[in-house]
Each structure stands twice: as structure tokens, then as C-alpha cells.
Design a protein around this ligand. Sequence first.
Ligand code: FEO
Length: 168
Amino acid sequence: MISQKLETAINEQINKELFSEYYYLSMASYFNSVGLDGFENFFLVQAEEERFHAMKMYRFVNERGGRVILSQIDTPKTEFASSLEVFQLAYEHEQFVTKLINDLMDLAIPENDHAAKSFLNWFVDEQVEEEDSMESIVSKLKLIDGQGNGLLMLNKELAARTFTPATE
Ligand code: FEO
């Protein structure tokens, strides 16, 4: 059985993961509007990943005898100045999510909730990839420096991304 404290905290994180889905969907929509369909695809896949994260938490709370309580999802930012700004914001957002996951782990450790610690470890590892994926594209966009050819090449690369749910 999960503690009330951890149940409430994971419920809050489910909201944050669903907000992340919403945020990345908004970024995808921005890229659609500027004709960069590969960048759009990258964020559509990212939005699916966030949904997957939320559902993984949904199942865990239920399996541990808790109850998922959904709450209002904030409105995401809708206008962006450039591709670089979008990825910088996405990178900052992933760093924020890493902090939230670490905070959850900081609750599970003193409770000696080994199941929760094992569960959260997956997210700790996942966040390393999430940050790295955004940071590497920020670096590429800085190198491209707004040049059309470079943007189109990266657009093609990002068009190939597909959603592959991680094994649980
Ligand atoms: Fe659910 Fe991108 O972290």
C-alpha cells in the first residue's frame, strides 16, 4: 500500500506529465504552422512519450492501492520566436521535470518504500535521456544559427523519429 503522501505527490506528477504532453503538442502545432514537419513529428512523438509516462504512474498508483485523482492542466505557451527558443524551453522543462522526479525519490527514500524507489528509478534514468535529447538539438540549432539548409537537414532527421514505448 502506498502512503497518502506519496500517492498525492505522484498524482501531482501525473498532472505534470499530462501538462508536458500538452506543452509538447503545442510545440508540435507551432512547427506545423511554420512548415517544419520533421520538427513537428519530433514533438508529436515527445507528446506520446509524456502520455506514456503519465499512464505508467497511473498504473503504479492503482497497483499500490491508491487512487488517481486528475486535476486541471495548465494552458501551455503557444507562440514561439524560433526553433531554437522552442528547444531551449523544452530543455529547461526537462530539467524541471528531473527535479520533480528527484523530489519524488526524496519522499520514497525516508519511507523505505522500495517498490516506489524501484519504480522511480526508471524515471531517474529516463530523465537522463530526456535532457540529453533536448540538449543535443539545442546544440545543433546553435550551430545551424538560423540557416535554411541546416534547418531543412535537421528537419529531415527529426522526421524519422518514431514512438517506441520502453519495456516496463
Ligand atoms: Fe516525462 Fe519528458 O519527462
